[in-house]
Design a protein around this ligand. Structure first.
Ligand SMILES: [Cu+2]
Length: 152
């Protein structure tokens, strides 16, 4: 019984995340930023299953010249976005880039983001290297990728 359960768990794990080498990326989506004109924000969950400490140090996409890693910091009553050099990903850790927290910022979009588009975004890890994921564009107010959005 225990074995059966373990086998089922492995199957489930294999079906859920998009495997990008040993960096497991899931739930990725992009939306136009309601706060900053001409910009978009990308969100995703990444689990470091490489067995070694790593950091997400950047991202690239051909939708904008500038792509930065951002976080939100509290400034009195307002949450402000601030660029960060890297997002830590110790071995085994999961980093959640989500609305109100860390995100990938696309600045000076070459074209407006349209709901339904799928944008290839290359994530750059210090050690694991580059991983390209497809980010579906969701509505401006989207707070999470709909269940099944990453199924393929
Ligand atoms: Cu930002």
């Amino acid at each position: 019984m225990k074995k059966l359960f373990a086998a089922a768990a492995v199957l489930l794990l294999a079906a859920t995340p998009v495997l990008a080498g040993d960096m497991e990326v899931s739930g990725a989506f992009l939306r136009a930023s309601p706060k900053v004109a001409n910009a978009g924000a990308g969100f995703l969950t990444v689990k470091n299953a490489t067995g070694q400490d790593d950091r997400l140090i950047g991202a690239q996409a051909d939708i904008s010249k500038i792509v930065e890693l951002h976080t939100h910091v509290r400034d009195g009553d307002i949450m402000r976005m601030r660029p960060v050099e890297a997002i830590a990903l110790p071995a085994g850790a999961t980093a959640e880039l989500k609305p109100g927290g860390d995100h990938v910022m696309f600045i000076n979009l070459s074209k407006p983001l349209e709901e339904g588009q799928k944008i290839p975004v290359t994530l750059v890890f210090e050690k694991a290297g580059r991983k390209t994921v497809e980010m579906p564009v969701l509505s401006v107010g989207a707070m999470a990728a709909p269940a099944g959005a990453m199924k393929h």
